[in-house]
Design a protein. Structure first.
Length: 331
């Protein structure tokens, strides 16, 4: 006879008492409280983001607090933000504008770095300048940072987007497309920059020519921050602890970062020289105030992007920099 039938005949009140016992156990173990959801944070491969992965490896937050989600390109990350797959994302400020068009509740809570030469346009050796690329094929991510870098490079060279043939490429395709000659130049960044330079490519533009315009940030849904301030606080504290670890234990930190970037530790160290990483005090100045120093520049950037059709509609720049959200994290 099946076990379930046998028990129901000999112990008729087993189920009610079992249910009561489970109820008491749950009260003791905390089952009645819903566990906070971990912060699902999307990122791509970028030197300025590696501190988060060092933090994860060093155990600076619990697994149930933060989950890093890696994407092959920022285009994929932006889609994930729009689809609700992630709660937070590591983005450039202009990419945060793209997300804000469809996700108006995102808030910038951290500046990770400012690009000072790390975003580049690499060309085949025969092209010595941006002007030499007139009429040529340029590969770029058309929905993310690449479109902005290309626009500014063309603008400063006296060219327009009509002067080049834009070839849409995801970041994961940059190196292969360049090497097989599908494009004459590519808008890219580390670690592809280093790899193409080693292969003989010529750098015809970099972000040091547009100082302060390419800022990398952590953007989070305000609803998540309100519901889970501890997890949000943990990821920020982990980031700064990892920055300290880079100073105190550089060999190990460089090993962790270089392994994920698929470069040598020295190559990673060289790439970090092309970034400016503000400390916590500097970030506070950038994010707070009415308006904050970053917000003032962001308005000009958003207006430029809208005028050049890099944004499909205006975004509320002021709402991106919300001191109330920061107060929830650091009361």
């Amino acid at each position: 006879m099946p076990r379930r039938s046998s028990h129901s005949l000999t112990v008729p009140f087993r189920r009610p008492w079992a249910a009561f016992g489970l109820f008491v156990f749950c009260l003791a173990a905390g089952c009645s409280r819903e566990q906070p959801a971990p912060l699902r944070m999307g990122s791509t491969v970028w030197p300025g983001f590696e501190a988060f992965y060092v933090a994860r490896e060093r155990g600076y937050w619990r697994d149930d607090q933060v989950r890093l989600v890696e994407y092959a390109s920022t285009s994929e990350l932006i889609r994930a933000f729009r689809n609700g797959t992630i709660d937070a994302g590591l983005l450039t400020l202009d990419e945060a504008f793209l997300v804000a068009q469809d996700v108006p509740d995102i808030r910038v809570i951290l500046v990770t770095d400012v690009s000072d030469g790390a975003d580049v346009i690499m060309a085949a050796p025969q092209y010595a300048s941006m002007k030499a690329l007139k009429g040529r094929r340029v590969g770029t991510e058309t929905t993310a940072l690449g479109a902005y870098v290309l626009f500014r490079a063309l603008q400063l060279s006296g060219l327009t987007r009509d002067d080049v043939t834009i070839v849409p490429l995801e970041f994961s395709e940059h190196e292969a497309a360049f090497e097989r000659g599908s494009v004459d130049a590519v808008v890219t960044y580390e670690p592809v920059r280093t790899k193409l330079r080693s292969a003989g490519a010529r750098q015809v533009f970099d972000s040091s020519e547009i100082p302060g315009e390419i800022v990398d940030v952590l953007a989070v849904r305000s609803g998540y921050v309100a519901a889970n301030p501890d997890a949000t606080r943990a990821v920020l504290q982990g980031f700064y602890r990892a920055q300290s670890y880079f100073q105190e234990h550089p060999d190990d930190a460089l090993r962790i970062a270089a392994t994920r970037e698929n470069v040598t530790p020295d190559e990673f160290r060289q790439s970090m020289l092309l970034l400016r990483v503000p400390d916590a005090a500097a970030v506070k100045v950038m994010l707070t105030g009415r308006p904050s120093s970053l917000q003032a520049g962001a308005k000009s950037l958003a207006a430029l992007m809208l005028a050049q059709n890099l944004l499909s509609k205006p975004v509320d720049v002021h709402s991106l920099f919300d001191e109330a959200t920061l107060q929830r994290i650091f009361p």
